[in-house]
Write a protein that binds this ligand. Structure first.
Ligand code: PPS
Length: 313
């Protein structure tokens, strides 16, 4: 099986088996006021990574759930392989000596942070955490962070389908019930709006590059080029095309039985823009528009989202 650097299938299989025996109310736990899935995160993890020592050359991808982190993770994994003179996707791109570790930083067992000290550079990490909940050393070392954001209506839509498809999260009888919870901070990894507001405080930092799901969708080649430049990775035209091709929705979905096992169709659902139009009622549109205006519209990240273009009917 091609080695996946995200969502190792075994970990998910086990988590789903545990989740299936749990009551809906037990699926999430609260840590410092934010909910997380009980089966893959734990308070022990949060305590264990407080003292985590980041390295300047760590490659970090941050994004709220359902923003396209698996997609950008694929792009970054291939770019890292290229920076190491390996061919993306080939056996040689995987270092057999490298301990396999779940790339989602807060997911896994608490011992992973100690094991990560032994990983060779550059280490690659993905996280759905808000910046104030990440280890302080990440910001002290100025490790580079790619911050991925996606318009809130498509995030909510994607999160709704995901919650109903994956046993790790509480499922919903109706979209209306989900929408109410999405708007009232009851999601795993917390409120979308608070996530963006907190990350917005870092948006001007030189070591942080913000990119939107929608801009990668519109111009994948330019996006990959910009990401490679940000991380200082030179690319030939041929390498650029290879990364773009391997990270297209069609390629990733096709390859997902190898990378995500039976969860492929859950992680690679539609991969488009504006699916929210199939779910949002007029009243929900108004509520979301108001919340966006109130919390995000005036911020740098809010402007980057081009809300009027992607979220107005
Ligand atoms: S997760 O579970 O929070 O880690 O989900 P995440 O990967 O962040 O986001 C899942 C959504 O991203 C879509 N996706 C893609 N879109 C375009 N191109 C590619 N290659 C791609 N890969 C994943 C995925 O389909 C989810 O969006 P929806 O709207 O549900 O399809």
């Amino acid at each position: 099986m091609e080695k996946s650097r995200t969502n190792p299938v075994g970990l998910l299989d086990k988590a789903v088996a545990v989740a299936n025996s749990m009551h809906r109310d037990e699926l999430l736990f609260s840590y410092k006021g934010i909910l997380y899935p009980t089966t893959v995160c734990s308070p022990e993890n949060f305590k264990a990574f407080e003292s985590f020592e980041a390295r300047k050359d760590d490659v970090i991808l941050a994004g709220y759930p359902k923003s396209g982190t698996n997609w950008l993770s694929q792009i970054l994994t291939d770019l890292i392989a290229i920076s190491q003179k390996k061919t993306p996707g080939s056996e040689s791109s995987v270092n057999a000596e490298e301990p396999e570790e779940e790339t989602y930083f807060e997911i896994g067992d608490a011992g992973k942070y100690e094991r990560m000290t032994k990983l060779p550079s550059p280490r690659f990490m993905v996280t759905h955490l808000r910046p104030e909940n990440l280890p302080k050393s990440i910001f002290k070392t100025n490790a580079k962070i790619l911050l991925l954001i996606r318009n809130p209506k498509d995030v909510a839509t994607s999160y709704y389908h995901f919650s109903n498809a994956l046993a790790l999260l509480p499922s919903y009888e109706t979209w209306d019930d989900f929408f109410t919870d999405f708007m009232t901070k009851k999601m795993a990894w917390g409120s979308y709006f608070e996530y963006l507001s907190e990350w917005n405080k870092y948006a001007d930092k030189e070591n942080i590059m913000t990119i939107t799901y929608e801009e990668v969708k519109e111009n994948p080649a330019l996006s990959v080029k910009n990401i490679a430049t940000f991380f200082g990775i030179p690319l030939t035209e041929e390498q650029l095309q290879l990364v773009v091709e391997r990270s297209s929705f069609q390629s990733m979905k096709k390859n997902s039985d190898k990378t995500h096992g039976s969860f492929g169709n859950i992680f690679f659902r539609k991969g488009g823009v504006s699916d929210w139009k199939n779910l949002f009622t007029e009243d929900q549109n108004e509520k979301m528009d108001r919340a966006f205006e109130e919390h995000i519209a005036g911020t740098k990240l809010g402007k980057k989202l081009k809300y009027d273009l992607y979220c107005k009917a």
